[in-house]
Design a protein around this ligand. Structure first.
Ligand code: GLA
Length: 681
């Protein structure tokens, strides 16, 4: 179990290092990430390296039995590099250069940056590839966090090359981008520019390609560094820290290139359902490489500093959120950062060791968590056996963001609503790509799968054909991979599965003070039927049924009496079409109904939604995220203390990991049979 955090010894005098090591041992730290922002300290001038300090601290850590996740230090180019090679600097959408004095001020496609970063990584790898302290490698840091898209001249040249490789000839690009519209026909790749701010709406196909290119440009940089490490004989796992549902990088693609997925998670303690947003990110990370552990690389111990109001975590919350990640497959709990920085832009950011020292609540909680984790014995079988999956696809997200839609609505927001509803019902969820193997799922939900490829559609179709329950929402199967409409209307690929198509989106008015939350009259679309009553927002699509059965109808407004929710038998399964985007409680209503339709039991009916239960093969983890003490009917042996509970009783932010009850194969097959029987009814 990894426990520790980012460690920046270069910010402190050496006598502090001794104390750091002593306190790390006291806290039972097992892993620290060193060197993330150390480029100027390692390489004070081009061609000059100062290794002495890094040799010393790596040696000290190793002597103390603390492992190192060694960074390649490329995330913040030093001042000398910018002075000598100003083309390193990125440019924003408005054509403004982003200057130094902060971090991540590099254009991923800048030849100067790539050369200098490559040379730095060569030097670090040569020196430390076989260092016994180094048990993991940390390439760069949070790729794209501040500069997800760069619009520099370097990006322009690289974008042209990327497009030429993709389309080969410019006629193909013109067709894909629909450039006959608004006189955008290009005569050669050299006429293409990055998608900078324009007088009015930009070409949605070009915007989509620019987002793909930008994700690929960052990934290419990662691969460059990783390959240098490998060339020098690095055998320890190589990673770079992801950021949950981050819009700038297609993590399905990225996950193929890292040895272990790692993630940074910063839920806002001011948000009452912050624990659901972190669970969402955790499950997304777990799903990127099914069956493999991943790692919480960063989280805060207390307050962050990048929000307008940076609330501290409540007592016990740092442990609860760490355990939440571990429950969902993380191989440990790491924090940003070990010791609070006395200077620099993150002075106010919390740390494992606060400015005020060890006589603090944070330190007490950190040492307690370190002790608990050191005593925990898990077999590491993180399988949670989800029967329900949510489709999450970056290309659909990018396509939605690039188009001028009937109503604008955040893809991640709607996905989160479905995830939250299922979390509140204690239903384990995997995220899937449209082309993932879906055979283990009973239910697949596709919120706003706006862009759908033929391969994705055929995978989803086979899922339903062979008995799956598949629900879509508005904005599903609208565009092809170029962000253009297919001939013949909408749902051209899924209409047989759904037995319905939409012919009009029925945009609802948004309330000016609360966009998207719905208000009286036109901005809401109440509907009711078998699932019960629910309120739709944003859209009330007009469906034309081609075999589907209405299960709920709109109650008033322009769609009064028309279908709001339909189902359609297809092969051995069912396709469901929800024609509006319900409010949070509406999503809960429909999710519960769908589970019942598909014969999936609610495993812990009656437990408050603030209690989180993760049932893994090797443990059952129970957490109380609520403000009240809760007594559950759960019993078992505590994997940390060995104590036995008759009824798990948890105060706010308390958690317990129980040994799983002995499970018989008969019970598993009984459950499968029961589900099949139910579905026949
Ligand atoms: C990110 C970065 C860290 C630090 C934290 C602050 O996760 O990777 O270097 O800036 O944010 O929360």
């Amino acid at each position: 179990m990894y426990f520790g955090g980012d460690y920046n010894p270069e910010q402190f005098p050496r006598d502090v290092w001794e104390e750091d090591i002593r306190l790390m041992r006291e806290a039972r730290v097992t892993l620290v990430t060193v060197g993330v922002f150390s480029w100027s300290r390692i390489q004070p001038a081009e061609g000059t390296f100062d290794w002495e300090w890094l040799d010393t601290i790596l040696g000290m850590l190793h002597d103390a039995g603390i492992g190192v996740d060694l960074a390649t230090a490329t995330a913040s180019p030093p001042p000398w590099a910018v002075k000598a090679y100003p083309d390193i600097l990125p440019v924003d959408e408005h054509g403004r250069t982003l200057y130094p004095n902060s971090r991540q001020h590099y254009a991923p496609t800048s030849p100067s940056y790539r050369r200098l970063a490559g040379e730095l990584v060569e030097a670090i790898a040569e020196r430390y590839a076989h260092h016994p302290a180094v048990v993991m490698w940390h390439v760069n840091n949070e790729y794209g966090c501040h500069v997800a898209q760069d619009y520099s001249d370097n990006a322009r040249d690289a974008f042209r090359r990327w497009l030429e490789e993709k389309y080969v000839n410019v006629e193909a690009l013109n067709r894909a981008w629909g450039t006959a519209f608004w006189s955008q026909i290009v005569g050669g790749f050299d006429e293409i520019l990055p998608l900078r701010t324009a007088p009015y709406s930009r070409n949605p196909s070009a915007l989509l390609d620019f987002k793909r290119f930008s994700s690929d440009a960052l990934l290419d940089l990662y691969v460059m560094e990783r390959d240098i490490l490998r060339k020098h004989g690095v055998t320890a796992p190589i990673t770079t820290n992801f950021m949950g549902p981050f819009p700038g990088a297609d993590y399905w693609r990225w996950a193929e290139e890292v040895d272990i997925v790692s993630n940074d998670v910063y839920p806002d303690p001011n948000e009452p359902f912050a624990y659901r947003s972190s669970a969402f990110a955790d499950d997304l990370m777990r799903s990127l490489r099914p069956g493999q552990p991943w790692l919480t690389m960063e989280q805060a111990t207390e307050a962050v500093l990048f929000r307008p109001s940076n609330a501290p975590k409540s007592p016990g919350q740092l442990a609860a959120q760490s355990i939440q990640g571990i429950a969902r497959g993380s191989a440990g709990a790491l924090f940003f950062q070990w010791r609070q920085s006395p200077r620099g832009a993150e002075q106010f950011h919390s740390a494992m060791l606060p400015h005020a020292g060890t006589a603090t609540r944070v330190w007490q909680e950190i040492t307690r968590l370190g002790r608990d984790l050191s005593e925990l014995s898990l077999t590491g079988d993180t399988g949670i056996g989800a029967r329900v999956a949510i489709v999450f696809d970056w290309h659909a997200w990018w396509a939605l963001e690039s188009a001028d839609l009937p109503v604008s609505i955040g893809y991640d927001q709607v996905s989160a609503q479905w995830y939250d509803a299922l979390h509140g019902l204690h239903i384990p969820v995997d995220f899937v790509h449209p082309e993932s193997d879906l055979s283990r799922y009973r239910i697949v939900i596709a919120p706003m799968l706006y862009l759908l490829t033929e391969r994705g559609a055929s995978n989803l179709t086979s899922f339903v054909e062979s008995g799956g329950h598949f629900l879509v929402t508005p904005y599903t199967d609208i565009v092809d991979e170029n962000n253009g409409f297919r001939v013949g209307g909408f749902q051209t690929l899924l209409r047989d599965v759904l037995g319905a198509t939409s012919v009009e989106f029925g945009a609802l008015a948004l309330r000016a003070d609360d966009p998207g939350e719905g208000g009286p009259g036109e901005s809401e679309a109440p509907a009711d039927g078998e699932p019960g009553e629910f309120v739709g927002r944003y859209l009330a699509e007009q469906l034309v049924l081609q075999g589907a059965r209405p299960r709920a109808r709109f109650g008033h407004g322009r769609r009064r009496g028309e279908p709001a929710l339909t189902s359609n038998r297809f092969g051995d399964g069912v396709g469901y079409y929800l024609a509006t985007l319900p409010s949070g409680s509406g999503v809960e209503t429909i999710a519960a109904w769908l589970l019942a339709e598909a014969g999936v039991d609610l495993p812990h009916a009656g437990l408050p939604g603030t209690i989180e239960i993760v049932e893994r093969q090797d443990s059952i983890v129970v957490l109380n995220h609520g403000a009240e003490r809760v007594t559950t009917a759960l019993s078992g042996r505590d994997l940390v203390t060995g104590a036995t509970f008759d009824a798990v009783d948890l105060h706010p932010n308390e958690w317990v990991m129980l040994a799983p009850p002995a499970r018989s194969e008969d019970a598993d097959s009984e459950q499968t049979e029961r589900i099949h029987e139910h579905a026949e009814l």
